[in-house]
Design a protein around this ligand. Structure first.
Ligand SMILES: [Cu+2]
Length: 127
């Protein structure tokens, strides 16, 4: 009987740990989903953006011809890309992402690995 109680308690404790882990993930993706919703209303309403991280960044340079953008980004994490803060140049998935953005703008970007390259797949200018 005592043994059963200990096992039950241990199992319950473990279940709580797992639940907590899920709860944390849930919160994270909820925030991300909300960010994506904002982007979707401004750009193509793709349902595939669920789960994409949005990251704060400042635009340093825009290369429309080269379909690339140089940004200073914070810690960056998405389903396929993770990197510490830095200034770097990303290719953009779609040139139209660059139509309204200029150096100095604060933006939110989604970055995913596309053709084995970290690529900006969504971008919104913060007003
Ligand atoms: Cu980087």
């Amino acid at each position: 009987m005592e043994n059963l109680l200990i096992k039950t308690t241990a199992a319950f404790g473990f279940a709580m740990l797992v639940l907590n882990a899920y709860a944390d993930q849930g919160n994270g993706s909820m925030k991300m989903d909300m960010g994506n919703m904002k982007m979707n209303s401004m750009q193509m309403g793709s349902s595939k953006t669920a789960g994409l991280a949005t990251n704060e960044a400042e635009v340093k340079a825009v290369d429309k011809a080269g379909k690339a953008i140089t940004i200073q980004h914070g810690p960056l994490k998405s389903t396929t890309v993770e990197m510490p803060p830095m200034t770097m140049t990303f290719p953009v998935q779609n040139a139209s992402l660059l139509s309204t953005v200029k150096a100095g703008d604060k933006v939110k970007v989604a970055v995913e690995r596309v053709k084995d390259q970290a690529t900006v797949t969504a971008l919104t200018v913060e007003k």
